[in-house]
Design a protein around this ligand. Structure first.
Ligand SMILES: [Zn+2]
Length: 239
Protein backbone atom coordinates (compact mmCIF):
# COMPACT_ATOMS: atom_id res chain seq x y z
CA UNK A 1 0.00 0.00 0.00
CA UNK A 2 1.20 3.49 -0.82
CA UNK A 3 2.32 5.60 2.08
CA UNK A 4 -0.48 7.61 3.68
CA UNK A 5 -0.51 11.29 2.76
CA UNK A 6 -0.67 13.41 5.88
CA UNK A 7 -2.01 16.93 6.02
CA UNK A 8 0.08 18.63 8.69
CA UNK A 9 -1.81 21.39 10.40
CA UNK A 10 -0.21 23.60 12.98
CA UNK A 11 -2.68 25.17 15.38
CA UNK A 12 -6.30 25.78 14.45
CA UNK A 13 -7.96 28.54 12.53
CA UNK A 14 -10.27 28.98 15.50
CA UNK A 15 -7.35 29.82 17.82
CA UNK A 16 -6.02 32.30 15.28
CA UNK A 17 -9.43 33.93 15.03
CA UNK A 18 -9.47 34.28 18.80
CA UNK A 19 -6.39 36.53 18.64
CA UNK A 20 -3.53 34.07 19.24
CA UNK A 21 -1.16 35.55 16.70
CA UNK A 22 2.23 34.74 18.22
CA UNK A 23 4.47 32.56 16.03
CA UNK A 24 5.42 29.31 17.77
CA UNK A 25 6.61 27.04 14.94
CA UNK A 26 9.53 27.77 12.62
CA UNK A 27 9.33 27.63 8.83
CA UNK A 28 12.21 25.12 8.95
CA UNK A 29 10.14 22.72 11.06
CA UNK A 30 7.02 23.33 9.00
CA UNK A 31 8.74 22.48 5.70
CA UNK A 32 9.76 19.09 7.08
CA UNK A 33 6.08 18.13 6.84
CA UNK A 34 5.17 19.22 3.35
CA UNK A 35 5.99 21.13 0.18
CA UNK A 36 2.66 22.83 -0.51
CA UNK A 37 0.52 24.88 1.81
CA UNK A 38 -0.77 28.06 3.36
CA UNK A 39 -0.80 29.95 6.65
CA UNK A 40 0.16 33.25 8.18
CA UNK A 41 3.23 34.70 9.89
CA UNK A 42 3.98 35.81 13.44
CA UNK A 43 1.69 38.76 14.39
CA UNK A 44 -0.44 37.75 11.35
CA UNK A 45 2.01 39.71 9.23
CA UNK A 46 0.74 38.75 5.78
CA UNK A 47 -0.03 35.50 4.02
CA UNK A 48 2.16 32.39 3.91
CA UNK A 49 2.49 30.52 0.63
CA UNK A 50 4.38 27.21 0.47
CA UNK A 51 5.13 26.18 -3.09
CA UNK A 52 7.51 23.43 -4.22
CA UNK A 53 9.10 23.25 -0.78
CA UNK A 54 9.81 26.97 -0.44
CA UNK A 55 8.01 29.42 1.83
CA UNK A 56 6.98 32.93 0.82
CA UNK A 57 5.31 35.82 2.56
CA UNK A 58 2.90 38.11 0.73
CA UNK A 59 2.22 41.38 2.48
CA UNK A 60 0.61 44.65 1.57
CA UNK A 61 0.63 46.73 4.72
CA UNK A 62 2.84 49.55 3.40
CA UNK A 63 0.64 50.37 0.43
CA UNK A 64 2.34 48.10 -2.10
CA UNK A 65 1.96 44.35 -2.45
CA UNK A 66 5.24 42.56 -1.84
CA UNK A 67 6.42 38.94 -1.82
CA UNK A 68 9.55 37.73 -0.04
CA UNK A 69 11.06 34.28 0.39
CA UNK A 70 11.25 33.29 4.05
CA UNK A 71 14.21 31.94 5.95
CA UNK A 72 13.92 28.85 8.15
CA UNK A 73 13.93 30.75 11.46
CA UNK A 74 10.79 32.81 10.79
CA UNK A 75 7.84 31.65 12.92
CA UNK A 76 4.17 30.99 12.20
CA UNK A 77 1.10 30.90 14.49
CA UNK A 78 -0.98 28.90 11.98
CA UNK A 79 -0.12 26.92 8.88
CA UNK A 80 -1.09 23.80 6.96
CA UNK A 81 1.18 21.86 4.60
CA UNK A 82 1.11 18.54 2.79
CA UNK A 83 3.53 16.48 0.70
CA UNK A 84 1.36 17.23 -2.30
CA UNK A 85 0.68 14.29 -4.56
CA UNK A 86 -1.70 14.87 -7.44
CA UNK A 87 -4.40 12.23 -7.70
CA UNK A 88 -6.34 14.03 -10.43
CA UNK A 89 -4.70 16.30 -12.99
CA UNK A 90 -6.72 18.10 -15.61
CA UNK A 91 -6.13 20.82 -18.12
CA UNK A 92 -8.38 23.86 -17.99
CA UNK A 93 -8.39 25.08 -21.58
CA UNK A 94 -10.84 27.95 -21.48
CA UNK A 95 -11.66 30.84 -19.17
CA UNK A 96 -13.64 30.07 -16.05
CA UNK A 97 -14.61 31.95 -12.91
CA UNK A 98 -13.34 30.76 -9.54
CA UNK A 99 -16.79 29.45 -8.74
CA UNK A 100 -17.05 27.44 -11.97
CA UNK A 101 -13.56 26.02 -11.60
CA UNK A 102 -14.30 25.16 -7.96
CA UNK A 103 -17.31 23.11 -9.07
CA UNK A 104 -15.29 21.40 -11.79
CA UNK A 105 -12.63 20.44 -9.22
CA UNK A 106 -15.25 19.13 -6.81
CA UNK A 107 -16.74 16.94 -9.55
CA UNK A 108 -13.60 14.77 -9.26
CA UNK A 109 -13.90 14.15 -5.50
CA UNK A 110 -14.99 10.82 -4.13
CA UNK A 111 -17.41 11.90 -1.46
CA UNK A 112 -17.40 15.05 0.63
CA UNK A 113 -15.57 14.11 3.81
CA UNK A 114 -11.89 14.13 2.90
CA UNK A 115 -9.48 17.06 2.72
CA UNK A 116 -7.85 17.76 -0.67
CA UNK A 117 -4.74 19.65 -1.59
CA UNK A 118 -5.10 21.96 -4.58
CA UNK A 119 -2.51 23.31 -7.00
CA UNK A 120 -3.51 25.40 -10.01
CA UNK A 121 -0.70 26.60 -12.25
CA UNK A 122 -1.73 28.80 -15.10
CA UNK A 123 -2.51 32.11 -16.62
CA UNK A 124 -5.14 34.28 -15.02
CA UNK A 125 -7.27 36.99 -16.58
CA UNK A 126 -7.87 38.34 -13.09
CA UNK A 127 -6.52 37.66 -9.61
CA UNK A 128 -8.03 39.35 -6.55
CA UNK A 129 -6.13 38.82 -3.28
CA UNK A 130 -5.82 40.24 0.18
CA UNK A 131 -3.10 40.27 2.79
CA UNK A 132 -3.85 40.26 6.48
CA UNK A 133 -2.09 43.26 8.06
CA UNK A 134 0.34 42.78 10.95
CA UNK A 135 -1.64 43.14 14.17
CA UNK A 136 -1.15 43.18 17.91
CA UNK A 137 -2.23 40.05 19.79
CA UNK A 138 -5.79 40.06 21.10
CA UNK A 139 -7.03 42.46 18.42
CA UNK A 140 -10.02 40.45 17.24
CA UNK A 141 -9.44 38.79 13.89
CA UNK A 142 -12.91 39.77 12.67
CA UNK A 143 -11.93 43.40 13.45
CA UNK A 144 -8.62 43.11 11.59
CA UNK A 145 -10.41 41.43 8.71
CA UNK A 146 -12.51 44.51 8.05
CA UNK A 147 -9.50 46.58 6.96
CA UNK A 148 -7.27 44.24 4.98
CA UNK A 149 -5.45 45.58 1.94
CA UNK A 150 -6.83 44.03 -1.26
CA UNK A 151 -5.29 44.05 -4.70
CA UNK A 152 -6.38 42.96 -8.14
CA UNK A 153 -4.04 42.19 -11.03
CA UNK A 154 -5.00 41.33 -14.57
CA UNK A 155 -3.31 39.11 -17.10
CA UNK A 156 -0.66 37.34 -15.03
CA UNK A 157 0.85 33.88 -14.59
CA UNK A 158 1.24 32.10 -11.30
CA UNK A 159 0.20 29.30 -9.00
CA UNK A 160 -2.66 28.88 -6.58
CA UNK A 161 -2.01 26.53 -3.65
CA UNK A 162 -4.21 25.46 -0.78
CA UNK A 163 -6.83 23.12 0.54
CA UNK A 164 -10.41 22.11 0.35
CA UNK A 165 -11.81 21.26 3.78
CA UNK A 166 -14.89 19.13 4.52
CA UNK A 167 -17.74 20.83 6.33
CA UNK A 168 -17.19 18.84 9.54
CA UNK A 169 -13.74 20.40 10.04
CA UNK A 170 -14.97 23.98 9.91
CA UNK A 171 -13.30 25.72 12.85
CA UNK A 172 -10.19 23.59 12.74
CA UNK A 173 -9.85 25.00 9.25
CA UNK A 174 -12.26 26.83 6.98
CA UNK A 175 -14.83 24.64 5.21
CA UNK A 176 -14.51 24.71 1.43
CA UNK A 177 -11.58 26.28 -0.39
CA UNK A 178 -8.76 28.16 1.33
CA UNK A 179 -6.34 29.22 -1.39
CA UNK A 180 -3.27 31.44 -1.64
CA UNK A 181 -1.62 32.73 -4.80
CA UNK A 182 1.91 33.58 -5.89
CA UNK A 183 2.84 35.00 -9.30
CA UNK A 184 5.56 33.32 -11.37
CA UNK A 185 7.81 36.37 -11.01
CA UNK A 186 7.29 36.37 -7.22
CA UNK A 187 6.12 39.98 -7.10
CA UNK A 188 2.44 39.44 -6.30
CA UNK A 189 0.48 37.13 -4.06
CA UNK A 190 -1.87 36.70 -1.14
CA UNK A 191 -5.05 35.09 0.11
CA UNK A 192 -7.29 34.43 -2.88
CA UNK A 193 -10.63 36.23 -2.82
CA UNK A 194 -11.60 35.71 -6.45
CA UNK A 195 -10.07 34.98 -9.84
CA UNK A 196 -10.74 34.21 -13.47
CA UNK A 197 -8.46 31.57 -14.93
CA UNK A 198 -7.58 31.88 -18.64
CA UNK A 199 -5.98 28.46 -18.90
CA UNK A 200 -3.88 26.18 -16.75
CA UNK A 201 -3.24 22.83 -15.14
CA UNK A 202 -5.19 21.82 -12.08
CA UNK A 203 -3.92 19.23 -9.62
CA UNK A 204 -6.11 17.75 -6.92
CA UNK A 205 -4.24 15.85 -4.23
CA UNK A 206 -5.50 13.17 -1.94
CA UNK A 207 -5.22 13.53 1.84
CA UNK A 208 -5.45 10.33 3.89
CA UNK A 209 -4.68 11.63 7.37
CA UNK A 210 -4.82 14.81 9.40
CA UNK A 211 -1.87 15.47 11.68
CA UNK A 212 -3.21 18.20 13.94
CA UNK A 213 -0.51 19.86 16.06
CA UNK A 214 -1.02 22.19 18.98
CA UNK A 215 1.22 24.88 20.46
CA UNK A 216 1.62 22.85 23.64
CA UNK A 217 4.02 25.25 25.36
CA UNK A 218 2.10 28.40 24.55
CA UNK A 219 0.34 29.48 27.76
CA UNK A 220 -1.90 31.81 25.78
CA UNK A 221 -3.22 28.91 23.75
CA UNK A 222 -3.53 26.58 26.72
CA UNK A 223 -5.69 28.93 28.75
CA UNK A 224 -7.57 30.72 25.97
CA UNK A 225 -11.34 30.68 26.51
CA UNK A 226 -12.89 30.29 23.08
CA UNK A 227 -16.45 31.25 22.32
CA UNK A 228 -17.19 28.68 19.65
CA UNK A 229 -20.41 30.19 18.28
CA UNK A 230 -18.74 33.56 17.88
CA UNK A 231 -15.65 31.92 16.33
CA UNK A 232 -17.62 30.07 13.69
CA UNK A 233 -19.41 33.27 12.81
CA UNK A 234 -16.07 35.14 12.59
CA UNK A 235 -14.62 32.47 10.30
CA UNK A 236 -17.64 32.77 8.04
CA UNK A 237 -17.27 36.54 7.97
CA UNK A 238 -13.49 36.70 7.55
CA UNK A 239 -12.59 33.76 5.34
ZN1 LIG B 1 -5.57 32.60 3.77
Amino acid sequence: MAEAIKLFQYNTLGALMAGLYGGTLTIGELLEHGDLGIGTLDSIDGELIVLDGKAYQAKGSDGQPKVVELSDDVTVPYAAVVPHQAEVIFRQRFAMSAEELGKRIESYYDGVNLFRSIKIKGHFDKMHVRMIPKSAPDTKFAEVATHQPEYTRENLSGTIVGFWTPEMFHGVSVAGYHLHFISDDHTFGGHVIDFVIAEGTVEVGAVDQLDQRFPVQDRKYLFAKLNMDELKEDINKSE
